[in-house]
Ligand binder design. Structure first.
Ligand code: NAP
Length: 511
């Protein structure tokens, strides 16, 4: 086997979640087989490996939340539990020969473009560097857990568990449990905690809009039909996708034209809230921002949980934590045995990018984004970074199901890599002008969206970056995203580099 520090792979993919696996499948389709997938965790699946808390389930219908080219007829519910997503990830890895490409427990620290050799050097903690012609980062959006900076938290003598590091060994039964956060994760977890804890206190900073979840088991007969006649499941998928698309286009993108959709959704959520019997608790659970400014969620059990005697909603801000519990700003204290942190993820500071990426001429991606605004051409490419496909970039999240994003990006890769091969070039780099034009277009479109025109001030939503700009979601329909991926002007990229044979010679000299 060749020395890992000198061997030049076709591509390095960072991340063995659904995004990284989609990228690897596409690279193989384009004829690149010498791949390595680096993953900091000890197994594949990304989010669906890391998150194992009770109640974990997908909240996009499963027939839609999966690769269109690898339908799974075995989902047991309309909204599958997390364990089925994890099993599906393993199935995809085995079916597409990806598992053998994966190196687990490998933390990528930085990647640096070597302009002379026209390769990326990828440095990992505790190991030899890797080198490759292409670098694809698929590090996810919600992958850097946010540990709250609350005074005294380290002095707490009970157990502290973040939802991404769930520990079944921590005893909850009969215990006094506190949970910080009321995002989509907490909404799934709180009813489960209430079932076992002797006493549960929910520390809420910002309420979340919650509507009913039309969750149903998928009968065995339907699963058999899906298996025997895949077109039937495809039809269900199309229905789910169309509904999500209609919601996205009307409620998020064209809020200027159809704010009634958000108003109707808000009305449904308010009706759902009526399950909370105590008017004061109900009022405190009611958001004061427009439905859609922050990611809403679905649950049939969240609101009724607050009717239970041993469940308390605490909305005073947290002052500090001491050895025995939490003291809120009004001076009252809650003694706890276990503190659950459902505090989400640091998207903008820690995750854009999730590793140090240094491109041509020493351009540092994180620094460049912070100085020049968060931006990426078609959500995948950045000028100054040859042969980099940055899959979790600003404006890359397209549609409401992550698989829409993944598959439109796979199409973009296909067009780009096919052209690279046709020209017998070895490098691609998006032009500054194409990138600037794309950014202008996205900025103008955000102007029509809920993020500009809704009342989003109180939402504390991760859709907005630290400068208050909504630069996460691609503000176009998914049809637009797919069309752009199939038809973007090839002249938006500069193709170049050494002809393949010269490049190999240079590398051999360097070795
Ligand atoms: P999140 O939406 O970011 O929620 C984090 C919660 O913690 C918020 O309520 C936040 O309050 C609170 N918080 C953070 N730091 C705090 C502090 N220092 N003091 C008090 N409260 C604090 O994270 P999440 O619930 O993990 O969900 C993240 C995303 O994961 C979801 O939006 C969704 O996209 C995805 N998800 C999906 C599913 C699924 O079924 N597919 C399930 C779970 C999660 P503020 O709002 O005030 O910041």
């Amino acid at each position: 086997m060749s020395n890992p520090s000198t061997h030049v792979h076709d591509a390095i993919v960072v991340g063995a979640g659904f995004g990284g696996m989609g990228a690897a499948i596409q690279l193989k389709r384009n004829g690149y087989d010498d791949l390595v997938i680096l993953e900091r965790e000890s197994d594949l699946g990304g989010t669906w490996h890391v998150n194992r808390y009770p109640g974990l389930a997908v909240d996009i219908p499963s027939s839609t939340y999966s690769y269109s080219f690898e339908p799974n007829p075995h989902w047991t519910r309309l909204f599958a539990p997390g364990s089925e997503l994890k099993a599906y990830a393993a199935h995809v890895a085995d079916t597409y020969g990806l598992r053998e490409l994966m190196r687990f427990d490998t933390v990528v620290e930085s990647a640096t473009w070597d302009d002379d050799a026209q390769v990326w050097q990828v440095d990992v903690a505790d190991g030899e560097p890797f080198r490759a012609r292409f670098l694809l980062t698929a590090t996810g959006f919600l992958s850097q857990p946010r540990l709250p900076d609350i005074a005294g938290i380290e002095s707490f003598t009970g157990a502290v568990v973040h939802t991404t590091r769930w520990n079944d060994e921590v005893e909850l039964s009969g215990k006094r449990v506190g949970i910080i956060g009321t995002g989509a994760t907490a909404v799934q977890l709180i009813p489960e905690l209430a079932d076992v804890a002797a006493d549960l206190t929910v520390f809420q900073r910002t309420p979340i809009w919650v509507t009913a979840k039309p969750d149903l088991p998928v009968p065995a007969l339907v699963r058999k039909v899906f298996s025997a006649l895949p077109l039937t499941q495809r039809a269900v998928r199309l229905g789910g996708t169309a509904l999500l698309e209609a919601l996205m286009v009307s409620a998020v993108l064209h809020y200027d034209q159809v704010p009634l959709v958000n108003a109707a959704a808000e009305r449904l959520a308010r009706l759902h809230l009526r399950q909370v019997k105590d008017p004061d608790t109900r009022a405190r659970l009611t958001p004061d921002y427009t439905f859609g400014c922050k990611r809403p969620t679905f649950s049939n059990t969240y609101y009724p949980t607050f009717n239970r005697e041993h469940v308390h909603l605490e909305t005073h801000s947290i002052g500090h934590v001491d050895a025995h519990g939490i003291v809120t700003a009004d001076g009252s204290r809650t003694d706890l045995d276990v503190l659950v942190l459902a505090t989400g993820f640091d998207l903008w500071e820690a995750n854009f990018p999730a590793l140090r990426i240094v491109g041509r001429g020493g351009r540092d991606l994180g620094q460049w984004w912070r100085e020049r605004r968060f931006q990426a051409y078609e959500g995948v490419a950045v000028p100054g970074f040859p042969n980099l496909v940055s899959l979790n970039s600003p404006y890359s999240y397209s549609g409401l199901s992550y698989f829409t994003t993944i598959e439109s990006q796979m199409r973009h890769m296909d067009r780009l890599l096919t052209e690279l091969r046709r020209r017998r070039a070895t490098s691609f780099e998006v032009s500054e002008s194409a990138n600037a034009e794309f950014l202008d277009d996205m900025t103008a479109r955000v102007g029509h969206s809920i993020f500009t025109l809704g009342s989003c001030a109180g939402a504390n939503s991760y859709y907005f970056n630290q400068h208050g700009e909504a630069t996460l979601l691609r503000p176009t329909s998914t049809r637009h995203a797919f069309r752009a991926a199939r038809t973007f002007p090839l002249s938006d990229y500069d193709f170049g580099g050494l002809p393949r044979t010269e490049q190999e010679a240079t590398l051999q000299d360097a070795d």
